[in-house]
Design a protein around this ligand. Sequence first.
Ligand SMILES: [Fe+2]
Length: 391
Amino acid sequence: MAYFEFINSVKICSGAHALENIVYELDFLGSKKPLILSDNGVKNAGVLDKVTTILSKNGIPTDNIFTDIPADSDVSVINSIAGAFRQSGCDGIIACGGGSVIDTAKGVRLVLSQQGKDILGLMGNEIIKKGAHIPFIVLPTTCGTGSECTAVAVIKNHETGIKMEYISSELLPDTAIIDVRLTETLPKKLIASSAMDALVHSIEAFSSKQKNPISDAYATTAMRLITTNLPVVLENPTTEARENLALASTLAGIAFSNAMVGVVHAIGHALGGECGVPHGNAMAVLLPKCMKFNLDTNRTEYGEMLLYLAGAEKFASTPKDKRAEASIEFVINFERKIHELSGLALTLHEYGVTEDKFQNVAKKALNDGAVIANRKDVTEADVLDILKQCL
Ligand SMILES: [Fe+2]
């Protein structure tokens, strides 16, 4: 077996009454005065109140709240929050939000623990060492990024338009609290796009150059939970299906944090930076075309995957040499169904992307770190071809 490393040091609190556990977790981690990071969408939907009510009832101060976090986590916002944290006398961080809020909080915590001033000065794995411990609890309000359990933060430098990927175990939170009371106001389209992001995390992790037996266990469980529960959550939601979907997102996050992602994410990051296509939406559009592109190198994994995507009956009734194609076919049909249930668009055209942007998107995609773990080599012509198919 080839050498591999696997880390997930995050304590996961999931299921009934998970949210109430935040009081114990703060006490355990030694935080009496947390800085609470969120965004105005989460605040206005009343989701943040569910957290602050529990904190207040238990005598934990809630007057240090920052909600002006943009849709893409931003270098200057991170630096200014880190400065404010030092002034405030806070002793821990709570992040309550989606991927951008969580990645912003990871950036702030990294600046603080590395005793730096500027997140731009912390680029490059070799610079980051084991730093000071700042208690850090994450409460995801979407079910897709898996960011609560990843050693990755995507931070945008709005001056250059480039999304930078920070990768370090120092980015892992102490605790992730997965409670569906925080996701119940999500619109269907957002549930669909974020769950498709999680599905791509699991598929890319399972077929990447860095896959390993432990990440495979997380990835395959995530696939099964997403394909069986996402349609239920969109059509006739039950608490159990919503809990399963939220947990799947966390599991897929753990898988890709260790096994990395691939060409779907490389192109998706570039489409986000260049054309503003939201991440999960780009993932849904790109996934089937990129699976077809990767078929010759990923045939074995795509074949194995059919069991977790489509279930035992479909797997057993499909000849071994047809299973890889059947997995791609399943993904295409699954996405059609999700489109019917949620209205999630499945072409780039519907997000206002035009062909004149393709050259820049392709260049950025090939410079994206995600392309490194894609088993098949990717050229500019390959990316242009995939993009044309997605238009
Ligand atoms: Fe993603």
